[in-house]
Design a protein around this ligand. Sequence first.
Ligand code: GLC
Length: 429
Amino acid sequence: MRLVNILGAAMMALTASAQNYVPSAEVKKSQEDFSDDRFGIFIHWGIYSMFGQGEWYLNYGPNAEEYMKAAKGFYPADFNAAEWVSAIKDAGAKYITITSRHHDGFSMFDTAENDYNIVDGTPFKRDILKELSEECQKQGIALHLYYSHLDWVRDDYPQGRTGKTTGRDASKADWNSYYGFMNRQLTELLTNYGPIRAIWFDGWWDHDEDTVAFDWQLPEQYELIHSLQPACMVANNHHQTPFPGEDIQIFERDLPGENTAGMSGQEVSRLPLETCNTMNGMWGYKIMDQNYKDATTLIRYLVKAAGMGANLLLNVGPQPNGELPATALSRMKEMGEWLRQNGETIYGTEAGPFPAQSWGTATRKGNRLFVHVMTPETNAILLPTDIKIKKAFEFGSGKPVKFSKTGNHTLIEIEELPNSPDYIIECEL
Ligand code: GLC
């Protein structure tokens, strides 16, 4: 009876401390830097790239033991961390989020936990995460790590609603063993790879249909992360409103508040926001998917995200040889060219004073309002805000633009309908 009371009190204390979570000064600084960044590149890379069918391949039939043999043939001869980081910086991205371990359980870093990893389990034997983290520090770009909560190959992971056909022995499920494994790996990641600005979890939803709520023991895990690296933010792609202890809110394949892909009905919180999306249709390398969005679409998506005060984390799935696909590289190049001219209206901005309109959106920096005209139907652009504008001019050229008050709103008249991804008018407030 007493033990029950003590345990109960301890749990209540923990829940209370998690609920009263206040980010540390170090986390707050990371949140500010993160929000200023606005654009990051997501990298989904693992042994799944060899099958060329995306990172969920193992879920669709193969037996885990057979699948894991692929590690012995993984030799990404053309991997070059310096080239990746330069290309990503050139794209105008300010951070990289890479899969340290995806649902197939393969670790893309040197772990002491098992041999199913890039150093001990492949003929390549190089710790690509080490090389990448060193290069990120050298070139001054922040590093975030994706880490899968679920695992399709380990017996001790209590099976959820995915990965049911991989041949795991469900009778060997052992949460304590698996939880310990994850926390030891997180400790390795946060000890051996320099500053990590965020841990990006994924897979919580594997147990969202359990009849008895599954306890992932997140508060303790989040505390571990914050204690190992006080500036490291916690993010979780659970598709829910953020839980206590989380420092970023993530949306998958949708802008905050939108839900076209069916994963993002959750409320928009006051945390820094990030939406991740693909350039083609898949995260991991998929040989049959060459259906890349064009640069205009990608630029407009970034602008729309910025207009909502959100970051865009845009995905690239490297090839099995370690190169980034040529089409992805060319899109990144085009985005970089655009950002070199117009980045001033994206980086370090806040959401505009009104929601997205059919013609576009707005971002704001101090007393500067940037009106992003992307898909206007007429030359008259109505800003639905009573904000007082002193001057309006074309961003870049400084050429004056006509504006007038209509009621509480402002009407901007543009001379010619733009033939560009984004025609930007700067307003002085
Ligand atoms: C999904 C998928 C996963 C991908 C992630 C990226 O949750 O399970 O494969 O890594 O989305 O957002």
